[in-house]
Design a binder for this molecule. Structure first.
Ligand code: GLA
Length: 405
C-alpha cells in the first residue's frame, strides 16, 4: 500500500534525471510537459450522452520530454513499454499498438490545420494503466501539448481536449466521450470541475476542507472495457432513436427527463430502458451534487455518490464483483461519506469521500478486508485534486515548474 504523495514526490525528484535520460538518448536538451490522470467524482457514462460530469485531476501524470526535429518523423521512446517507435507523419495510420495514443494525438491536430514539425519524444507515465484513472488521456494530452508547443502553435485548451478525444476515437477505436481529455487539459488544484459535455461550459468547484478523496484500486484491469463500452454507447443511442419518435428534436439522452423516460418506457426493451434510466438519473445527480458541494453539504454529496454506484451496478451493469466488494468495505468504515466505482467500469478503481481524521483507519481496514475477500492486495491513493496539463521545464530558460502543483 502506498500513497499518491509517495509516487508523486518521486516523480518530482526524478524530473532532472528524466531530462538527463532524454539528453543521453537524443543528444539534445528537451522541453518537458505533463498531463494528469483523473478521478471522476460523479457523472459516469454521461459524457457521450451530452450530459454532465464532475471529475478532478489527480497527482499521477504522464511526462513527455520533447525536442524538435527538422523532418516529419516522430521518434517515440516509451520508458513504460521500453520500446521505441518511429513514424513518418505523412504516412502514419493506426497500428493497434500502444503508440497509437501518441501518434493519434499528434496527427489529429496536424491534419486539422496545425502543421507540425517532427519531434523526439521520451515518455514516462506514473498513471496506473488500465485502472480507470485515464492513463490514455494523460498520454494524449501531454503529447499533443508537447508537439503543438514545439511547433510554435498557441494552445486552445478546449480544442486540445477535442483533438485528443478524436485521437482516441479514431486511433485507439474507443468511442470515449470528452470527459477525460477535458479534465486532463483543464484540471485545477483543489477543485473539481463540473462540465456540460454538450456546450463544454465548465465550472471549477472548490473542494471542501475536512475530507479527502481516496481512490481504491481493485487491481482488476478493465480489459473488456473497450468492447462493452462501445456496446453501452450504442444502447444509449438506440434509446434516443426510439424516444425521438415521441420526443421530436431530442438528439441525446441529455434532452430526456426522468418523467419523460417513465412516460414512454414501453417504447424501449427492458435493457435499453435501464441503460437510459442510469444516464438520465445520473445527469440529475450531477446537478444535485454540484449544488451540494457549493453549499458544503458533503453528506448529500456522498449519498449521491452511493446512488450513482447502485445505478451503475444495476441499471448500466458496468460494475464487477471486486468493485462492489471495495464499495461495500468502504461503506462500512467510519467517516465515509460516499463510495462508488469511478471511470468506465469492469474493474479499475473506486472513489471515496472520507473525513480527514478517518483516512488512516480507512486505508488499513479496506486494504485488509479486500485482501481477505479476494486474495489481492489493493493500492489505495489519498489524492488531492491537482493541476491540468502544463509545461514543467523549458529548455531555453531551464525554468523548472514544480510537478507537484
Ligand atoms: C471512460 C471514457 C470517458 C467516460 C467514462 C465513463 O473513462 O473515456 O469518456 O465515458 O469512461 O464515465
Amino acid at each position: 500500500m502506498f500513497t499518491i504523495e509517495d509516487v508523486h514526490s518521486s516523480s518530482a525528484a526524478s524530473l532532472a534525471d528524466f531530462e538527463k535520460r532524454f539528453r543521453s538518448r537524443f543528444g539534445t536538451a528537451p522541453r518537458i510537459f505533463r498531463a494528469p490522470g483523473r478521478v471522476n467524482l460523479i457523472g459516469e457514462h454521461t459524457d457521450y450522452n451530452d450530459g454532465f460530469v464532475m471529475p478532478a485531476a489527480v497527482q499521477f501524470s504522464c511526462w513527455v520530454a520533447a525536442s524538435p526535429r527538422d523532418d516529419r518523423k516522430l521518434v517515440v521512446d516509451s520508458e513504460n513499454m521500453q520500446q521505441t517507435v518511429t513514424v513518418d507523419m505523412d504516412n502514419a495510420r493506426p497500428s493497434g499498438q500502444w503508440s497509437d495514443y501518441v501518434v493519434g494525438a499528434a496527427l489529429i491536430p496536424d491534419r486539422n490545420g496545425k502543421r507540425l514539425n517532427g519531434a523526439n519524444l521520451l515518455i514516462q507515465s506514473d498513471v496506473p494503466i488500465g485502472a480507470g484513472l485515464s492513463s490514455s488521456a494523460a498520454i494524449e494530452v501531454s503529447v499533443a501539448l508537447a508537439v503543438l508547443s514545439l511547433s510554435g502553435h498557441s494552445i486552445d485548451r478546449k480544442q486540445l481536449a477535442l483533438w485528443c478525444q478524436r485521437a482516441e476515437n479514431e486511433f485507439a477505436g474507443m468511442r470515449c466521450g470528452i470527459m477525460d481529455q477535458f479534465i486532463a487539459s483543464h484540471g485545477r488544484s483543489n477543485h473539481a470541475l463540473k462540465l456540460d459535455c454538450r456546450s463544454l461550459d465548465y465550472e471549477l468547484l472548490p473542494m471542501q476542507a475536512g475530507v479527502e478523496i481516496v481512490i481504491c484500486n481493485t487491481m482488476v484491469k478493465h480489459k473488456l472495457a473497450g468492447g462493452e463500452y462501445n456496446i453501452r454507447r450504442a444502447q444509449c443511442e438506440d434509446g434516443v432513436r426510439k424516444l425521438a419518435s415521441v420526443l421530436p428534436g431530442i438528439t441525446a439522452l441529455r434532452d430526456v427527463s426522468s418523467e419523460q423516460l417513465e412516460r414512454y418506457r414501453e417504447l424501449l426493451d427492458a435493457v435499453t430502458y435501464r441503460r437510459c434510466r442510469h444516464v438520465v438519473t445520473e445527469d440529475e445527480r450531477v446537478q444535485h451534487a454540484a449544488s451540494a458541494l457549493k453549499s458544503g453539504d458533503l453528506a448529500l454529496f456522498g449519498r449521491l455518490m452511493n446512488e450513482s454506484h447502485e445505478s451503475l451496478r444495476q441499471d448500466f451493469e458496468v460494475s464487477c464483483t471486486e468493485l462492489d466488494k471495495m464499495v461495500e468495505l468502504a461503506r462500512a468504515q467510519k467517516g465515509v461519506l460516499g463510495a462508488r466505482m469511478t471511470g468506465g467500469g469492469f474493474g479499475g478503481c473506486t472513489v471515496n469521500l472520507v473525513q480527514n481524521e478517518d483516512v488512516r483507519a480507512f486505508r488499513e481496514n479496506v486494504a485488509k478486508g479486500y485482501r481477505e475477500a479476494t486474495g489481492t492486495i489493493p493500492e489505495i491513493y489519498v489524492c488531492k485534486a491537482s493541476q491540468g496539463a502544463e509545461e514543467v521545464m523549458r529548455e531555453s530558460t531551464k525554468e523548472a515548474g514544480s510537478p507537484s502543483q
